[in-house]
Ligand binder design. Structure first.
Ligand SMILES: *[C@@H]1O[C@H](CO)[C@@H](O)[C@H](O)[C@H]1NC(C)=O
Ligand SMILES: *[C@@H]1O[C@H](CO)[C@@H](O)[C@H](O)[C@H]1NC(C)=O
Length: 374
């Protein structure tokens, strides 16, 4: 429940009260009492559609990101809604990299990952918008995005440096489904031969690309299958959460573009609807299997929230929508998450670098890790 406690950003009420006359005091007291009653009685039933098709319960933590007087965003807050991420912006200054020959980087052995890079080819496309090219997209390119075999940003304005593709779609949450269809059509037309697997992520998703290749190492891209964080409702075989990202096999991509999109009985034609649910329906219609992405210990690998949200027992109440959506049971605490986790969502641009540092740099000295392929 910790996340539902709001941080106190207002001065204590009594300080305001002692500076007011009696009439104003009564008026304000009335307003405060009225709103409090309205909040207490209405809030629990105020359910609205999140952009990912999931009804999100309005909670005290669904407040916009706070920007302090020096312009610092409080990105350490834990986010549960897309609206909370809207105004985040990464650093303007280049964060840079370590030299591969640095004392400790020399000790890193990436031969297996390098071999998988050539064996399991992954195209990543990231859903973004013109206002986020600089604020978010370039920080994905500087971090996890560089590990994809092909990296593309899907937008409505071209930007050759990212590169961002100008899709012929309107921006905004109500057009995400149109954008998803156009993006996969573009990828199918221009990059079908460049990869075996086609991963969609948001501009606030962090992906450990090596772990994606590891999960897919024995899977056949000619089979119609897709993987992600599987949700139960709306689609019989389940569908993949949009925010955690999902990956389509080559055959799944071909069926989606060739068979599903052109057929309005299989796939929603208009631009509206929740992108992930609609994709899930199309996939089921063309018999693309909703795969199981859990590891050998049955721990999850794709996550629609940040690591703390999944790791800390009781972080969200059991009535939080997520718990009734997850297809496979998610254990509490450390057991939730695979050591070969693939994605986390609601990762702001600053946290992209934090994840980078924790995953690829910081090492406990003297503890080796000897990965091997079965
Ligand atoms: C690291 O060392 C190798 C071998 O001496 C050299 O070829 C390479 O350019 C060095 N890399 C960097 C980034 O300095
Ligand atoms: C863009 O989409 C609109 C509406 O669907 C269409 O009329 C127009 O021809 C399209 N433009 C291009 C360049 O494809």
């Amino acid at each position: 429940m910790r996340s539902f406690q709001s941080n106190n950003v207002f001065p204590p009420p009594f300080i305001i009260i002692i500076t007011m006359n009696h009439k104003t005091f009564c008026l304000l007291t009335g307003i405060v009492v009225g709103f409090t009653i309205a909040f207490v009685f209405l809030a629990p039933s105020t359910v609205y559609r999140g952009d990912k098709g999931a009804p999100v319960r309005r909670t005290k933590d669904s407040r916009p990101p706070r920007i302090d007087s020096s312009g610092h965003e409080h990105e350490h807050d834990e986010f549960h809604r897309e609206e909370d991420m809207e105004n985040l912006r990464g650093p303007d200054q280049d964060v840079g990299e370590h030299n591969e020959n640095d004392t400790h980087h020399r000790m890193t052995d990436s031969r297996i990952a390098d071999a998988l890079y050539n064996k399991v080819k992954v195209l990543c496309w990231v859903m973004t918008a013109p206002k986020n090219h600089d604020a978010k997209a370039k920080h994905i390119k500087a971090t996890w995005g560089k590990r994809c075999n092909v990296l593309l940003f899907m937008s409505s304005q071209e930007d050759k440096t990212l590169p961002a593709v100008a899709l012929n779609v309107s921006e905004g949450r109500n057009n995400l489904w149109a954008k998803t269809k156009s993006a996969f059509e573009y990828v199918y037309r221009k990059h079908f031969d460049d990869a075996d697997w086609f991963m969609k992520a948001d501009d606030d998703t962090y992906v450990v690309v090596e772990n994606l290749r590891y999960m897919l190492r024995n899977a056949d891209p000619q089979q119609p299958v897709y993987y992600g964080c599987k949700f139960k409702p709306y689609v019989k075989q389940g569908y993949m959460s949009g925010g955690a990202g999902y990956v389509l096999s080559k055959e799944a991509l071909r069926r989606f573009v060739e068979e599903a999109i052109p057929n309005k009985k299989m796939c929603r034609k208009d631009p509206g609807g929740a992108e992930d649910v609609e994709l899930g329906k199309c996939m089921q219609a063309v018999k693309v299997k909703a795969g199981d992405s859990r590891d050998a210990e049955h721990r999850g690998r794709f996550f629609p929230f940040d690591p703390a949200h999944h790791l800390i027992p009781g972080h969200t109440d059991r009535s939080f929508w997520y718990w009734s959506y997850v297809f496979y049971e998610e254990k509490q605490g450390m057991e939730c998450c695979s050591d070969t986790a693939i994605s986390f969502h609601y990762i702001g641009p600053h946290m992209m670098y934090e994840m980078e540092y924790l995953i690829y740099h910081l090492k406990p000295f003297g503890i080796g890790y000897n990965p091997s392929l079965d």
